[in-house]
Write a protein that binds this ligand. Structure first.
Ligand SMILES: [Zn+2]
Length: 165
């Protein structure tokens, strides 16, 4: 648009349009933020399916900004199965909301034990998965790691947890 100015657009009208199947994960994100003293109001978010998306992506956020004066859009690829359980579904969407709502970038650093440092790691969703495929009757249940990853999502300065030392 000609003559558009930098900074806040006073004509911005936020749109909130989240399909019912994604509402619980958005509400969960707001709830987890509130538990950590962070009051989030999300009124500028659209989540929609986009089958034209490359199969390299499960979901994409249109911005790396926490600015509430920008329309946020998460497009979801309906052509591929991107999660095996509720925890992986949560990681996928909390990661995208990390980009879209918190303005966080990717963080591929590792913890001392070799686990990803952050839910903002690229392309990894089993950070705190339950025991999925027991081999010989046992496997690792990682759900205890969830608290750390959510703490770190809302506060990058979260201390390294005992289990990762
Ligand atoms: Zn990402």
């Amino acid at each position: 648009m000609l003559g558009c100015t930098k900074g806040k657009n006073k004509d911005f009208v936020p749109v909130y349009d989240v399909p019912v199947e994604f509402q619980p994960v958005v509400s969960g994100f707001i709830h987890e933020a509130a538990l950590r003293g962070d009051t989030l109001v999300i009124n500028n978010l659209i989540i929609k399916y986009d089958s034209s998306q490359s199969n390299l992506y499960c979901a994409l956020c249109n911005t790396l900004s926490s600015d509430p004066g920008i329309q946020k859009l998460i497009t979801v690829n309906p052509k591929i199965k991107c999660y095996e359980n509720a925890q992986e579904f949560e990681v996928l969407f909390f990661h995208e909301l990390g980009h879209c709502i918190l303005g966080r970038s990717h963080d591929n650093r590792l913890l001392p034990n070799g686990d990803p440092r952050s839910i903002m790691v690229e392309d990894k969703r089993d950070l705190y998965s339950p025991c999925l495929y027991p081999i010989g009757g046992s496997c690792q249940d990682n759900t205890y790691k969830r608290t750390y990853y959510l703490d770190e999502l809302f506060d990058e300065n979260t201390a390294i947890p005992q289990w990762a030392r």
